[in-house]
Design a protein around this ligand. Structure first.
Ligand code: SF4
Length: 369
């Protein structure tokens, strides 16, 4: 599906120039344009998805990640099915409308069966007058075979987030061991789309050696992949990873990386227009009002923590992750207050599908999308 002519006109150079903006007036103009497209295409409301990080057991060794297989300092956990269901019931009763089940990557039969049963149980147990088809379920459980994706879709999950992290081949290769490839991740995204998932992806912003041109290429990739949702965040170094030597550099560039991340959200909104864009927790790790800033630069989704407090510290992909001790009820109240404070409101009891996905489903002609 092609985007609207206005957004299609943005080329690599224009996008890279937006990302490079540092002066306050230029950035405010970018923010204002992104906010205006957001309001026109998606409206002012913010969708909540309760985030359940249900296991930190991972077969992969991504060099930037705090729960990579090689980090022996992490205590591994997996929530039991009853705990996951309890989280789902909280989401449904709190009016979140949707839940995200996220974990480290495993592709063994036991894991796949576990996730499939969890999705079925959530769909069955959260049906109500307000949610006649139960909670909307987004999965974020990594690279899987096409038939595994099909099983999870048939179980009732309808959205899937698989971050590409970067589309620059050499940078991807520096971030991952050689058995993890960019080609494989792209193939997975194609599979997810072919099966019918509303598909999301995203990148890390501010990686060592990453250029504005590469990030502009990432944006064009999102457009060409015709994604429905984006989850992008600033790169925050983790001392327990092989990339620890970059920590000092990224700390020194802190303000620059935060600004770049916000510019990236705005540029994505201008280019893609009607997709869902998350204001990620990592923004709040960089600035106490980082998630509000993300919303003001064009994001429209927030993922409040629902993971039980007892295991949250074991799921730290990056350092300084906020909301470690607040129970889900407090997270919900805090986020509602923050959203209301910037003149936006939460959209209750709604799956919060992207207008982009709804328009495609309705088969509307391109010029009406
Ligand atoms: S980024 Fe994901 S796949 Fe990579 S090590 Fe971390 S949890 Fe595993």
């Amino acid at each position: 599906m092609k985007r609207t002519p206005a957004s299609a006109r943005l080329d690599r150079e224009e996008l890279a120039a937006m990302l490079a903006l540092r002066d306050p007036a230029g950035r405010e103009e970018l923010r204002r344009r992104a906010e205006s497209v957001l309001l026109e295409e998606c409206g002012p409301r913010v969708a909540f998805r309760g985030l359940v990080e249900f296991s930190n057991i991972c077969r992969c060794n991504c060099r930037y990640c705090g729960i990579r297989r090689g980090n022996r300092a992490v205590r591994r956990f997996r929530l039991d099915p009853g705990e996951i269901l309890e989280c789902a019931r909280f989401c449904a009763e709190a009016g979140y409308g949707s839940i995200v089940l996220q974990s480290g990557e495993r592709n063994d039969a036991e894991f796949l069966g576990f996730v499939e049963r969890a999705v079925r149980a959530i769909k069955r147990e959260t049906v109500s007058g307000a949610l006649p088809s139960g909670l909307g379920v987004t999965l974020c459980v990594g690279e899987q075979a096409p038939d595994a994706y099909r099983r999870l879709f048939d179980a009732g999950a309808h959205r899937y987030l698989l971050r590409i992290e970067t589309t620059a081949p050499a940078l991807f290769a520096r971030l991952h061991p050689k058995e993890q490839t960019l080609a494989s991740r792209m193939k997975c995204l194609e599979s997810l789309k072919a099966i019918g998932f509303q598909t999301g992806t995203g990148v890390m912003i501010g990686l060592p050696g990453q250029t504005h041109g590469q990030l502009a290429d990432d944006l064009l990739f999102f457009r060409d992949m015709d994604v429905d949702m984006l989850g992008m965040g600033p790169y925050i170094a983790n001392e327990q990873t092989p990339m620890r030597r970059h920590a000092a550099g990224t700390r020194a560039r802190h303000a620059e990386i935060l600004e770049l991340s916000l510019n990236m959200i705005a540029a994505a909104r201008l280019l893609l227009r009607d997709v869902n864009i998350a204001s990620t927790t990592a923004l709040q790790a960089m600035d106490p009002v980082g998630r509000e800033l993300g919303l003001q630069f064009g994001a429209n989704v927030i993922m409040p923590q629902v993971t039980p407090v007892r295991v949250r510290r074991e799921y730290q992909l990056y350092e300084g992750k906020p909301c470690m001790d607040e129970d889900p009820q407090r997270c919900m109240e805090c986020l509602r207050r923050r959203i209301n404070a910037i003149g936006r409101e939460v959209c209750p009891d709604d799956w919060g599908d992207a207008p982009h996905a709804r328009r495609r489903r309705a088969g509307m002609p391109e010029k009406q999308r």
